[in-house]
Design a protein around this ligand. Sequence first.
Ligand code: NAP
Length: 274
Amino acid sequence: MDPIRIAIIGIGKIARDQHVPAIRGNNAFSLAATVSPHDGGLTGVPHLASLDALLAEGPAVDAVALCTPPQVRYDLAAQALAKGIHVFLEKPPGATLAEVEALKAQADKVDATLFAAWHSRFAAGVAPARAWLSERRIEKVSIIWREDVRVWHPGQAWIWQPGGLGVFDPGINALSIVTHILPRPFFLKEATLVLPENRAAPIAADLHFRDTGGALIHMDLDWRQTGPQSWDIIIETDAGTLKLAHGGAVLTLPSGTEHGEDVEYPGFTAVSPH
Ligand code: NAP
């Protein structure tokens, strides 16, 4: 079978760190082009300044991986789907749920794949955590997601702008895991957001949720952490405590600890259009 020809739209940090090596590491895919308005692209790969230019004069592609900031994602996805091109959406899949619903309907109409990539769900400890929790009664959940924004998001102006999500940009990784592993749905009861005076998105958030069985879920999200960083989820159950650390990579159950490898982005390449 011919490889699926992918263009990466938005050749920034995540594209370079993860998408390029994951595509190059799997013969089922080929990197057909890159698109970015200011970046020069990669040596030996056709590069265009916009999706318009790619569609008008670039090499043919079967799929696009949208690795731009979320604010421009809907228009790019709609434009690609209108040409019948399969679409991979980096997280968050859109600025609002309604945008994503509209894209789903559009993709269905043209029989194209729309893949919302919650990369943290592919972390090594997530599937075993979900299996273990499916048979437990959840008593209490604590999510501690504290990182240093200066280390992880230097120079990313978009992340502080409306639609950039601020500290929820990493926080939705935690939520993508917790919504996947907890056996019951849960909903927000109370939220306190900390907004810097000169920014349009929060730098910290303290959130209280409750699941449909009454279990309390607390989320401590903070971008002002210096020193050791925390991407931890601790779940107390009737059979003891589960801890997912390092963003889902390291799972500790009452029986012991399992250290997983970095399988998040290579894991996506097992999910191909149709
Ligand atoms: P980034 O380093 O700022 O890169 C964003 C890229 O998008 C830049 O190359 C920019 O191009 C390009 N871009 C902006 N508008 C565009 C448009 N209209 N058409 C084509 N390209 C456009 O951001 P990032 O950290 O890679 O994050 C991108 C997305 O991936 C975010 O939604 C983020 O949540 C998600 N993500 C990031 C990480 C991470 O660790 N960084 C992890 C997982 C997911 P120019 O530079 O040429 O202007």
